[in-house]
Design a binder for this molecule. Sequence first.
Ligand code: KG4
Ligand code: ZN
Length: 343
Amino acid sequence: MSVFILGVESSCDDTSASVIENTTILSNVIASQKVHAEFGGVVPELASRAHQQNIIPVIDTALKRAKIHKNQLSAIAYTNGPGLLGSLLVGSSFAKAMAYSLNVPLIEVDHLQAHVLANFLQKKDEKKEIPSFPFLCLTVSGGHTLILKVNDYFDMEVLGRTIDDAGGEAFDKAAKILGLPYPGGPVIDKLAKDGDPKKFSFAIAHIPGLDYSFSGLKTSFLYFVRDNLKTNPNFIADNLPDLAASIQYAIIRSLTNKVVKAIELTDCHDIVIAGGVSANSGLRSAMHQIADQYHRKLFVPTIDLTTDNAAMIAVYGYFKYLKNEFSTNDSTPYSTVRNKTSF
Ligand code: KG4
Ligand code: ZN
């Protein structure tokens, strides 16, 4: 039997809607908000307003591209958190009203868990292998950095997390120091391809266990660039690809060191990466090397499914639908991770 889920994502600065049939994507529409670029980061109030402008056309387009009438929908899944509250309210209010008017179940979804389950999505006419439980998942986004042991769709143990900045934030802040636009991760990734990752060396934090810290790296990068600008005002322009490659190398080393530890501490065969930073080409190739070295199988989502998108919300909704796990209209959005040790 086909289950058609409409997913709605509005946790940060992307308004997205997707229709899936079971785990197959029929449409995945993403309206990225350009309005934040000039501010060097997401401005929450502007994000909420842009979501309000985008939400109806984005949902309408997602239904049209999927060639699905709204009356065919089995349920509506929406991001309930974590994220910016004003942004979450736009998507959640819309999803609640639409589910009520269509008289279909409403399903709330946790954004971070959805990033992990993006690895279970299939594209049309494509049969992709999916990871087997339990697997390890490195989830790195603009707001979070986690190593998870994923026992089941609904059972994710937090083995490690960042104690300060997220991996994506480290990319974005380094980019800002270099005068590059927001979001900085993809820009650094592109520049790094022409640079020497060993030209400049940045010490990474040594935090016990599987936790992360990126704030010291950001500060040492800031001081390093600032000190060099004193002697050479063109230091950034003269060394841009090498600076990008070197800071990217430090962030990747920091991320992958803990993955290696997690592999050694657990018995998981499959490894998964998720979240916006998993789009990074350097991280992808480093993870492939680790997987080869430790004889593990690596699962990497396609680039469009790494960053924020509603298909991942819809697929999480699908698995909840199968378990009849529905939400009520009084469920309220949340801004931060609700449980620090598991989901
Ligand atoms: O998952 P995501 O789209 O949104 C959040 O939930 O935060 O992640 C956004 C983050 C940003 O920090 C962005 O700079 C980073 O992912 N990012 C990348 C790349 N593409 C996106 N970082 C490094 N390399 C990339 N190619
Ligand atoms: Zn995200």
